[in-house]
Design a protein around this ligand. Structure first.
Ligand code: TYC
Length: 104
């Protein structure tokens, strides 16, 4: 038994730990069918990119096959990916976004 366990004179204080949230990198994948303008639209609507940023991210995926949209918490990343899926399904596009946890 700890020598202080029954000793009222010892004041213990729990140290508050601020847990950093896990972070996720969200990727945009190229395909041959989705309209460029639609990709730009989705990036602006879902991930709050400016038109210039959206075009840059879209063109990077178009030319390299994949590009990074950004780094977000789980909820934002996952919610964004689901919204992209909904928009894409509605118009019959195969646009794909994925996410992976990153070390920070
Ligand atoms: N490659 C598509 C086209 O030529 C455009 C596109 C860009 C699609 C980026 C998906 O993530 C993407 N219409």
């Amino acid at each position: 038994m700890d020598k202080h366990e029954l000793d009222d004179s010892v004041i213990t204080q729990k140290k508050e730990k601020l847990q950093r949230p896990n972070m996720y990198r969200v990727y945009l994948h190229n395909d041959d069918y989705t309209l460029q303008e639609f990709v730009e639209f989705v990036l602006q609507q879902v991930f709050f990119k400016s038109y210039e940023e959206a075009r840059k991210i879209m063109l990077a995926a178009h030319m390299k096959g994949i590009s990074v949209i950004g780094i977000y918490t789980y909820e934002i990343a996952n919610g964004g990916i689901q919204k992209v899926e909904l928009y894409s399904e509605k118009l019959g596009y195969p646009l794909l976004c994925t996410m992976e946890e990153i070390d920070i």
